[in-house]
Each structure stands twice: as structure tokens, then as C-alpha cells.
Design a protein around this ligand. Sequence first.
Ligand SMILES: C[S@@+](CC[C@H](N)C(=O)[O-])C[C@H]1O[C@@H](n2cnc3c(N)ncnc32)[C@H](O)[C@@H]1O
Length: 366
Amino acid sequence: MAGFLQTLNYTSSNEDGRSELRALRLTEKDTVVCITGSGSRTLDLLTAGPGRIFSVDMNCCQSFLMELKIAAIRNLSYDECMRFLGVLQDSRRPAIYRGLRTHLSNGARAYWDGMLPAIARGILYQGRWERYFYRLAASLRLTRGGLLDALFGAADIEHQYALFLKGWDSSFWRGFIRCISPKVVWKFALGDPGFSRYVPRGFSVSGFLLDRFGVSFRTRLLRESPFMNLLLQGRYPSDVSLPLHLQRRQYRLIRERLDRITVVTARLDEFLQMMRPRTVDAFSLSDIGSYTSSEQYEQVWAAVASAGASGARFCERQFLVKRPLPDIVATTVRRDWNLECALEAADDSTFYSFVVGILTGGAQWN
Ligand SMILES: C[S@@+](CC[C@H](N)C(=O)[O-])C[C@H]1O[C@@H](n2cnc3c(N)ncnc32)[C@H](O)[C@@H]1O
């Protein structure tokens, strides 16, 4: 895990923050704690105008990325920012960075001064996750480019799913998914412990992935899906495929509220233990369970239960590691099973199930 926590792992958005917005129902008076990752969920949540967001990650590279995105949005026009991040082409990114670096902390400036080649390529696609899936998308384009274009050009979902059933969902596709699914491949080709470390023995990753891909091809128009564009095309080719926080209509709103974000590098449980009890109104935990042992997972939830106000909302994602909530919080949470199912069906990033509900402050509501 140590090496993983010293590299830039997520830079774009592999989680659909609209699910968190539905689950957390944020208001101006809310204090939110959100796992940073690529920073996409933090910026998506800002569109709802919470009073304060603590954006927490134990990997300082993710925190430095959050700082850089904040500096870019604060100091650049929408089009300049899209060019700087890499959504649009631009050869002047290092020069733009020289104008932004004065707005960064010493740690972030030292980090990004050493990452100029990645900045020149457009930081949005330079995460370990993004570069890995870009290579997978390139190999699919090489072998099935024509069909990929037909799928992303489909007239409607019915036409798209017919193309999937007749053409895409073949032994080649299933073989491709089986090839990328073994733990050893995630471990050494991607190097992200969230895909392997705590995945239970006997869990069919290829079966799970094929099933979830099938759901996506059957239920959402690929060309309008930010996540499927990222996964199968390796980038966001058009405005309609942009995640919430990168959309032009959200830009001014997000910029006006950037001061509400506090970027923190720390383990979540340790950070929450420093918070005054019962002061946090909402928690966006991403799929933290993919990176924590059962003991650490219990510590995280104990800290959430202590820092959370009565009635505080929480939203956790679960990818390949499906964890039951620790017994220690069983009497202090009320889960919203219906909303969990609704989010799993609607979430654009397809591969997650949800743990959603409120803290009851100890009252037995189950
Ligand atoms: C699943 S990733 C989130 C990435 C997400 N997919 C995105 O694009 O934003 C989980 C993030 O949580 C961070 N993380 C995992 N366990 C943590 C913990 N106990 N405390 C703080 N951060 C943690 C990791 O460093 C990683 O950046």
C-alpha cells in the first residue's frame, strides 16, 4: 500500500457525484467530510452549496491535485481551465501552470514543479487509474474500433443494446474481461490495492464486471455517460460526456464556493477523531472499504458515528469488496435500502453498490 500512497492514482472522475448529492441532500448549513480521491466528488458536492467541506485523503498526491484543481478553477476562465486540465487541447499548459503555482501550498508547489511532463499532457488523464484504462481503451479501439464507434453513435439505447447483443458481447469481449480480471493482473498491471487486496477469495471479478457492463449497455446511452467514455474511449470527447463539476453551467457556482473547501491529508479515522463530536452533517466515504482491513473499516465507522451529528447523512460506495457495516454502529445508523437500490441502478459509474442512511445518534430506529 505504501508505494500506492505516494503516487497520483485518480485524476478524473470514476464516481458519479450525482449519487452523493441525492444521498446527502446538502444544505447551506452543512459541514461535510468527503474522501478526496480525484477531487471530483468534492467539486460535485460543492454544486449543492454546503457550508463547509473537509476534503480528506491519506495520499498527499491526491490532496495536491485537489489544490491544483482549486487554483485552476479560481484563476482561469472555463475554456482556459478545460484546456489546462486536458479536456481541450493546449500546448501552453506549463506556462499556465507557472501562473497558478503561486496559489499553491509549498508542498503542492514542490510536488507539481516535479510533474511538468504530466501537466503538459493534461493532468485530468494522468492518474494511475486513467493511464491504465486508457491503455485498455486503446487496445479495444485497435481491435473493435468500428463497433465502438457504432455503439457510441447509436441512435438510442434500444439500437445500442441490439449492437451490444449482436456484436460486442462476444467471446472476444468476455475473454478480454477474463484477461484483465485476475488479482495478479490488477496487482501488477494497475497496482491499485482496491482492486485486489481485500477482494474475497472466490469472488468472480470477471462475472461481476461482465454483469455491470451489460447493465450499462442496456440502461444508459454510452455517448452521454462520462464514466463509459472514460473507460472505453479513455477521455471525455464532448461536452455531453463531461462529469457534473466539469460542465460549463456549474463553473461560476463552483468558483464562488471554493473557499468552503479545506484540503486535509490524513487517515479519515484519525482526522475525524480530531473533530468535535457530533459536528459533521454529511459523509462521502467513496469506496474506502476497498482500501481498509476489517479492523480499519471498523475504526472508520466508529469515528464517523462519533463525529456525526444526530441525523447526519452518509454515503459509502462498495466496488469489489462488499462489507457489512460493523456491529459497533449497528444501533446508531438507519440505512435507506430503497435509496441504495435506486442509486446502484442510476449511478453512471456502474460498478458500485451503496451504503446510504443517517446516523440516529444512538436511538434504536432499525
Ligand atoms: C477509491 S479511491 C477514490 C477515488 C475515486 N474513485 C475518485 O476518483 O475520486 C479512495 C481514495 O481514498 C483514499 N483512502 C483510502 N482509505 C483511506 C483512509 N482510511 N483515510 C483517508 N483516505 C483514504 C485513497 O488514498 C484514495 O485516494
